[in-house]
Design a protein around this ligand. Structure first.
Ligand code: NA7
Length: 530
């Protein structure tokens, strides 16, 4: 099939891409490997799955009508509601006819003589497109399960990131959960409610804060709904694409009276969400300021968790707060006070692997009926690595990314003409609001295609020098923060052999929008057009 644009992936970015490119008169199709739209929200249907960005922010901003028609039920939406929302958007905008489900792109090769991408899928379809838009997601490719003995385990096992569609019952079962990032922290309290016993196998403890999720009140909704478009514009030009209500403005650590700081932290903790860290404005660049937030959370953990040894094991002490993605929870620490829940500290008692009947650690065997793996994602590059994407020289994108991903403005790669990445490495995405970043990228790409067509150009490609500068800029910004002090998926540390490079752009969504727009306004500065 001959297309202007092929969008890969029908998550929030891809679905908007279909709408946006159709609106501007381009012939567009989207292919999606899953049987439904929603991307990560289609697959991550584990118990307790919920967004940690407020629902008024974690939704499309491109249409005032959509924003007014959909009424979010809760402050933080659960997976079911987010999936229902994107399905509704697809229906409402009549997008399904241009989305091919159950279709995985296996191959995309650039043909320099025709200036087209030739694309093949796992079900024998082929597409020829002028522009390839990879809306494949920053957190969509699950980390491989490399646990010795998994093939021998006779019980049930599940991955949070590939949760089955059938009901999974924990009732009467001895369950083990491996992993204490956001996914583990969300499912652990829910599993504990019905499991006979729950053992949490923790390697790195997380800093978690209460979400204090509640039904979304009319008052909270109308604060933004009454001026939605203006509000969304403020978010798009601000640092993170979302607002975090706090008990008051923050200030640098040095300006706080210690008692007043704790009082503010307490008020923020009671408000919930990400409010806590905002009391000190220099928490990500000043270790002392960061320590003040860490201390507060440690004290909370020690106050909530009754068993002192468990409480200590739950306190992160070897990385600064927020340098690994902070988690929002509902009764996470409280769950460890239940008689049926035990923490296994893998730092003291390392895992050997799985056996036929459970998990073996160095101290002995833990018999289990079920194991849940909440072990995370190959962030930013995983989904792209799985597609055979080749340029005219036959090189794969990953060949160019051996020492870490290199993009120009998170969206384009030198040597790969007419290929765009949505929320790619070097974009604000996971440090902002992924939906809004995706909209910004999709719009920028659409405007770029319209400009190329208006000028009679066939191709656009990042200049090597402009890309090098962008990569250096992204890494320079991160080097002035505390982020590199942590082992995290932001740095690629969770995947064995992945180069250690700070992946997202930390300069803020507003600056990203301003920079990318300025380059466009300067006739796509930093790009070769032909
Ligand atoms: P994360 O945040 O990457 O968490 C994965 C967890 O799994 C983390 O605690 C890991 O510990 C643990 N893990 C991974 N591999 C192992 C092995 N082999 N043994 C023991 N423990 C292991 O993924 P999530 O799915 O929770 O969240 C991802 C993002 O999705 C989240 O930040 C939100 O943005 C949404 P480790 O750190 O490796 O010691």
């Amino acid at each position: 099939m001959e297309l202007d644009v092929l969008v890969v992936g029908a998550g929030f970015g891809g679905v908007y891409g279909v709408y946006r490119y159709r609106q501007q008169g381009l012939k567009v199709k989207c292919v999606e490997a899953a049987p439904g739209v929603g991307g990560v929200w289609y697959h991550n249907r584990y118990p307790g799955a919920r967004c940690d960005v407020r629902s008024v922010d974690y939704s499309y901003s491109f249409s005032e009508e959509l924003q007014k028609e959909w009424r979010w039920k809760e402050r933080y939406s659960d997976q079911k509601e987010i999936l229902a929302y994107i399905e509704w958007v697809v229906d409402r905008l009549d997008l399904a006819r241009d989305i091919e489900l159950n279709t995985r792109v296996t191959k995309a090769h650039w043909n320099a003589s025709t200036a087209r991408w030739e694309v093949e899928t796992d079900n024998g379809k082929s597409y020829s497109c002028r522009f390839l838009v990879l809306a494949t997601g920053a957190l969509s490719s699950p980390k491989e399960l490399d646990f010795p003995g998994l093939d021998r385990f006779k019980g049930e096992w599940y991955q949070t990131s590939k949760w089955p569609h059938h009901d999974v019952s924990f009732r009467g079962k001895n369950v083990g959960v491996i992993g204490t990032g956001s996914s583990g922290i969300q499912c652990i309290p829910v599993i504990a409610e019905t499991a006979k016993s729950l053992k949490v196998f923790q390697r790195t403890p997380a800093f978690s804060m209460p979400a204090r999720n509640v039904p979304l009140s009319d008052e909270e909704l109308s604060e933004v709904r009454d001026r939605y478009m203006e509000y969304r514009h403020e978010m798009r030009t601000g640092p993170s694409g979302q607002s975090v209500p706090t008990a008051g403005p923050g200030k640098p650590y040095a300006e706080w009276d210690p008692k007043e700081l704790v009082a503010r932290q307490e008020a923020n903790w009671q408000l919930g969400g990400l409010a806590l860290g905002s009391a000190v404005t220099d928490g990500l660049v000043n270790q002392e300021a960061n320590d003040a937030t860490a201390r507060f959370i440690h004290n909370k953990i020690r106050g909530i968790v009754k068993d002192p040894e468990t409480a200590e094991a739950l306190c992160p002490t070897d990385y600064p707060v927020s340098t690994r993605r902070p988690c929002l929870d509902t009764n996470y620490y409280e769950t460890y006070n239940r008689d049926n829940v035990t923490l296994v500290n893998l730092r003291k008692d390392p895992m050997v692997g799985l056996t036929e009947t459970g998990i073996r650690t160095e101290s002995g065997d833990h018999p289990l009926d079920m194991v849940v793996f909440a072990t995370g994602f190959d962030a930013f590059t995983g989904a792209i690595a799985h597609i055979d994407i080749r340029n005219a020289q036959g090189e794969h994108v990953m060949d160019k990314w051996k020492d870490g991903p290199r993009t120009y403005m998170g969206m384009t790669v030198s040597g790969f003409p007419n290929m765009f990445i949505v929320t790619g490495p070097g974009s604000p995405s996971v440090l902002a609001n992924c939906i809004m970043t995706a909209e910004v990228d999709i719009d920028w790409i659409g405007d770029c295609i319209a400009w190329l067509d208006s000028k009679g150009y066939q191709t656009i490609e990042a200049e090597q020098e402009a890309q090098d500068k962008w990569v250096a800029h992204v890494s320079d910004l991160a080097s002035h923060t505390l982020y590199p002090k942590a082992n995290s998926w932001y740095m690629g540390d969770n995947i064995p052999g992945k180069p250690r490079v700070f992946l997202p752009y930390i300069g803020g969504l507003g600056n990203f929008v301003a920079t990318t727009r300025a380059k466009a306004a300067a006739d796509y500065e930093g790009f070769v057009k032909a």
